[in-house]
Design a protein around this ligand. Sequence first.
Ligand code: ASP
Length: 586
Amino acid sequence: MYRTHNCGALSLEHLNQKVTLSGWVQKNRNKGFIIWIDLRDRYGITQLVLDEERTPKSIFDSAQGLGREFVIQVQGTVIERESKNPNITTGAIEVLVEDLKILNPSKTPPFTIENETDGGEELRMQYRYLDLRRNPVKANLLFRHQVSMAVRNYLSKDGFIDVETPYLIKSTPEGARDFVVPSRMNEGQFYALPQSPQTFKQLLMVGGLDKYFQIVKCFRDEDLRADRQPEFTQIDCEMAFVEQEDILAQFEGLTRHLLKEIKGIDIADFPRITYDEAIKTYGNDKPDIRFEMKFCELNAVAQGKGFGVFDSQELVVGISVPGAAEMSRKEIDALIDWVKRPQIGAKGLVYVKCNADGSFKSSVDKFFSPEDLSTWATHCQAKAGDLILILSGEIKTTRTQLSALRMEMATRLGLRKPEVFAPLWITDFPLLEWDEESKRFHAMHHPFTAPKPEHLDLLKTDPAAVKANAYDLVLNGNEIGGGSIRIHDQELQSQMFDLLGFTKEEAQAQFGFLMDAFQFGAPPHGGIAFGLDRLVAILGGEETIRDFIAFPKNNSGRDVMIDAPAPLDALQLKELNLKTTSTDKE
Ligand code: ASP
C-alpha cells in the first residue's frame, strides 16, 4: 500500500498513529543533525522530520540526498509539532520518519513549484505538468471541475440528457475557419472539426430527444486574439417545443444556480435589454452593468451653438463619471491623450466638471453658457462632483470609442469588482449583418437562427431591419453564452440560405441533410451555448481563460509542451494523399 493517508489529512487527532505517506519533496531543510521535509500531494503538505537520534542511520543518510520533486514513500509516527503552522491543515503535527523509500528521483525542476514561482509563462507552459503541481493552478482545475459538475447536475436534474456528437464532421458555419482532417480512405476528402455541434443538436431535437446538453470541445481556426484558444469548451444545450421565453427562463435559472452554488451569491436583478438599447446605452452588445455611466446623447442640446466640432457630427454623446470632477488638469490631459491613441482613435475629448459648489468648468466654456452646461448635466444625470466626458463623430465609431472610455474610467475608479456579478440578457439581435468587403449579408448569429415571426415579411423588402429571436447572456462585460430559436421549416431555411448568398446547389450540398430532416416533422426548437472556459475564469475572478485549462495553447496557437502543430513525415503525407512540400523528392 502506497499510503494510509494523503498529505492533507493528518492532524492532532492522529497523534502517535503509525502512518504511510507518499508524495513529492517540496522542500528539504537539512540542519545537519535534523532534517525537515515538506511532503506534497494534491491534498496538501505534511512536514516530515528525521533526526540523528530517533531515525535509523541508513534512513537518515538517504534523506540527505533527497532533491526537490523526488517522489518518496515514508512510514512513521504522527507527533505534535513544536512550532505550529496555523496556515495549513496539517500544521499542528509532523511525521517522525522511520522508513523511507525513493519511488522515483527527479531532475532539478526548471522553476520553483510553490505558490509564487520564479518560472516565466513560456517555461511553465513547456513544463505544464510541473506547473499543475502548484497550488494556484491546481486550485483552478478543481474549481473548473466544481463548476462543470454543478452544470451537469443542474441540467440532468431538469431532464437534459448528455449526448455526444461527432468530432469528424462537415463544416458548421459559426463564422470562423474550420480545422480540417484529411481522410485517408477517401482520397482528396476532408472532415472538418466542429466549430460547435449546432446542426447535430438540432437533429437531436428532430430525433425527439427533447432536452440535450453536452460539455463539448469546439474548434475554430480564428486569427488569434488575446485569450482565445483554437479549441475551447462549450456547455451546449438545445430544447424542443420552446419559445425564447422558455430558454431565457431555463438558463437564467442555471446562471442563478451557479452563482449561488459556486459563489454563494443571490442575484437580485437579471435585466433584459435589447441589442439596440445596449448599443445606444453602452456602445456595445456586452455591457458591464456593475456600474452606471450610461451614455447620454447630447445632439439636441449641444449642436447649433456655434461649436463646429459638434455641429458637423452625427453623434454627440457623453458619460457622467461619478466623483471625478476633482481630476486635475494634468490627469484630464492624460485622458485626452488616452482617447487619441490609435487603439481608441478619438480626435479629442470634451469635458465638463460639475463642481461641488454647483458651478461648471468645461473645455468648451467659450461656446457654451453655464445654463447650457447645466442642461447637459441634467441630460447625463450628472451630480455635483461628477465629470462629464463627451465624444463626437460618426455614430458607430463614436459609440465604440466612448464604450472603451467608459470601461477605462470604471477600471481607474475600481468599479469593475471581481467579487460583484451582474448578469443580463441581450435580446433581439439583428438577423443579418452587412459585410462591406464581400458585399453580402452574413448571419449575425448563424444561418439556423429564426427571424422574429413578425419580421418575416421584411425578409424580402428590408433584410437588414429583420430582428432575430437570438439572445446573449452577458456577465460583467463578457459574452458568456449565446443562442437562438431555430428555423424548423425547410422553406424558410432555404430562403435564409438564399439571402446569405448560397446557390441552391451549394445549400443542398452543405446542408441538404438538415433541410431534409426539416421535412420529416421537425419540432420547433431552440438552444444556447455557454463558453465554459470564460465562465469559469469570470466566476474564479480572473481574466485569463488559459489559467483554467489543463493544457492550453499559447498566443500563437501552439502547444509548446508537446510542440504542436508539427510537420508530418513523408510517408504519413503520402498515405493521406497530401502533397509533400517542393523540397521533398517523392
Ligand atoms: N452554436 C452556437 C454557438 O456556438 C450556440 C447556439 O446557437 O446554441 O455560438
